[in-house]
Design a protein around this ligand. Structure first.
Ligand SMILES: [Fe+2]
Length: 283
């Protein structure tokens, strides 16, 4: 039987990469980079063979999609921020069987999901950046899931729930990553510059993010999932926080009772609020 060995909400911001280069940001994201490497270390330690990534940079206009390619290989330059992510190479195995099993399981519960084996369907940076730190040797398979822009929170919950059932019925040992921000009101263009790295663009958003971390830290998940439909819209959720709704759907929604372990300090990046948190699951 398959199992979920690790589940986490993670950051993927381009400033992680910038902080590795010489310059004014050098070292700024060491804490967050360490959190991603720690997730990779834990995945290794627990025998994970596949990362399932709910990727808020793969935005779908029409329904749910999985990248079921047998191999993900390319050189990535971000069209959103080409000066920040440039010529990042990746070469990672896929897990077509798991992707197709998730799609089939979701279909059974009325969530239409397509799993694609299309070699020109590339990964996006919500997957590529974390894999750069967690799966640098390409030893583990990757399945990416798109964030459907016009799906309801409940559809995303049901997708996550179906993903759990499919994983449990598979022979895979999986780390599931919700790759996306907390609040995500990016800085105005006029504010782009040195200051963009150090301030959450809305104090309201920052306070809501901190409250969410408090709720998670005290395992008040029932309250969190009840606020999620408003949190994801009022705090400008990245991909409307589809990743988070999927992750909590997978964990059991308001029935989840595990420990939330924060692996780096909450930090601002380009106006958004960022963090890495592992949600512990019983194994
Ligand atoms: Fe992002």
């Amino acid at each position: 039987m398959g199992r979920i060995a690790l589940a986490a909400k993670i950051t993927h911001v381009p400033s992680l990469l910038l902080s590795e280069r010489p310059g004014p940001l050098h070292g700024l994201r060491n804490d967050a980079i360490a959190s991603l490497k720690e997730i990779g270390r834990r995945a290794n330690q627990r025998g994970v063979d596949t990362f399932l990534v709910f990727d808020t940079h793969w935005l779908s206009n029409f329904g749910f999609h999985l990248n079921a390619n047998a191999r993900h290989k390319g050189v990535y330059t971000s069209h959103e921020a080409p000066h920040m992510i440039q010529n990042l190479t990746y070469d990672l195995p896929g897990n077509p069987e798991l992707a197709e099993a998730i799609a089939a399981e979701a279909q059974k519960s009325g969530v239409p999901v397509l799993a694609h084996r299309v070699p020109t369907l590339a990964l996006e940076y919500g997957t590529i950046v974390p894999m750069h730190y967690m799966n640098a040797d390409g030893g583990k398979a990757v399945v990416a899931a798109a964030a459907p822009l016009f799906a309801s929170v409940d559809e995303n919950r049901r997708f996550g729930d179906a993903a759990r059932r499919a994983i449990e019925a598979s022979d895979a040992t999986v780390a599931v990553l919700a790759s996306g921000s907390l609040s995500h009101k990016l800085v105005n263009n006029e504010s782009v510059g040195d200051a963009q790295w150090s301030v959450v663009s809305s104090e309201f958003n920052r306070q809501m993010d901190l409250r969410v971390l408090e709720l998670w830290g005290s395992r008040r998940y029932d309250e969190f999932v009840r606020m999620l439909p408003e949190y994801c819209t009022k705090c400008s959720g990245e991909g409307l926080m589809a990743d988070t709704a999927m992750l909590f759907g997978l964990l059991g929604w308001n029935q989840y009772a595990g420990e939330a372990e924060q692996l780096c300090e909450y930090f601002p990046s380009s106006g958004s609020g960022q963090v890495t948190v592992e949600f512990h699951v019983a194994n």
